[in-house]
Design a protein around this ligand. Structure first.
Ligand code: NAP
Length: 279
């Protein structure tokens, strides 16, 4: 599954919709990215997202806060962006420094500007199968499945990982599309026996080459959300390629789709705020 190619299509569509909106209303979609501290990976991710946004005709605003920023200060900054009519989408780069209450900061994002799908409001919409912004990485996973004709309904989907930004919402989106979903995590017993029954396998663990080839059901669709130094995914790619029906590469699989969904949802937010539907 070529995530880079699909991401180009999704970004091209977002760029066209952004240009149409600007031509029709004079409004240019604006994404505000907030970063706390200078962790090199986070700085790189934010820069990448900003560059992509600009290339899609989306205005990008960066708010870079110093490492000692408190939860209260961060919540206040995000509150200002939430109230700013010129900002349509807000991205808080994860993770924030450990002394900050990340959940409180996420919740300061107005739901109609939550284009990264991190608030409880967006989470509930995903859980209830209602319209709303998907968490960006799980949203990218669903688009990859759709683009490759994988219909989740009735299939056994196994998600390894249960983080709030990735594993849990990935399972919720698959459930909303009528897959039978099993979540696995660090306390799961005999993980390979479970993954071998997966028609759709999502790896969101954060451990390089954790999923081995003999853990995979022949013909399964394997979505490797892992991004470990190298870069290397959470799936042993050379082994998996021999068994899986579909496999996302690392790099060039789930990662580019995450940014593409973020940008598409920023344009959705700008259109929604312009028409008064609130995103
Ligand atoms: P995370 O918050 O650290 O969560 C990791 C999950 O894996 C946890 O639920 C954990 O279980 C589970 N786990 C850890 N060791 C395990 C084991 N031995 N067996 C089974 N489950 C195990 O990580 P995350 O933020 O979800 O990220 C996961 C990966 O995705 C990372 O490689 C990250 O870099 C990547 N990522 C990629 C993108 C992208 O755009 N492509 C975006 C975000 C993250 P417990 O809950 O029991 O601890």
């Amino acid at each position: 599954m070529d995530g880079a190619a699909l991401a180009r299509e999704v970004v091209a569509d977002a760029a066209k919709r952004a240009a149409d909106l600007t031509a029709a209303t004079g409004v240019t979609p604006c994404l505000a990215a907030v970063i706390v501290g200078e962790a090199p990976a986070s700085v790189t991710y934010v820069r990448m997202k900003q560059n992509r946004a600009r290339s899609a005709g989306i205005t990008s605003r960066l708010v870079a806060l110093p490492e000692p920023t408190t939860t209260e200060e961060l919540v206040a900054v995000i509150g200002q962006l939430s109230a700013d009519p010129e900002v349509h989408g807000i991205l808080l780069q994860h993770p924030v420094p450990a002394h900050i209450d990340e959940r409180a900061a996420f919740e300061a994002i107005a739901p109609h500007k939550d284009v990264d799908g991190v608030t409880m409001h967006s989470f509930a919409a995903m859980a209830f199968g209602l319209p709303g912004f998907a968490s960006a990485t799980p949203g990218g996973i669903m688009r990859l499945l759709d683009a490759h004709g994988v219909e989740p309904a009735g299939q056994h989907a196994v998600v390894i990982g249960r983080s709030a930004i990735l594993g849990k919402p990935a399972g919720m989106l698959l459930l909303a599309r009528n897959a039978t979903v099993t979540y696995c995590h660090s306390r799961t017993r005999d993980l390979p026996a479970i993954t071998r029954t997966a028609d759709i396998l999502v790896a969101a663990v954060g451990r390089p080459e954790f999923v081995r080839g003999d853990w995979i059901k022949p013909g399964a669709a394997v979505l490797d959300a892992g991004y470990n130094p190298g870069p290397v995914g959470d799936v042993a790619a050379a082994e998996a390629r021999e068994v899986a029906g579909l496999l996302t590469p690392v790099p060039g699989g789930v990662g580019p789709m995450t940014i593409a969904v973020l940008l598409a949802q920023t344009v959705d937010a700008a259109s929604g705020q312009r028409s008064g539907s609130g995103g």
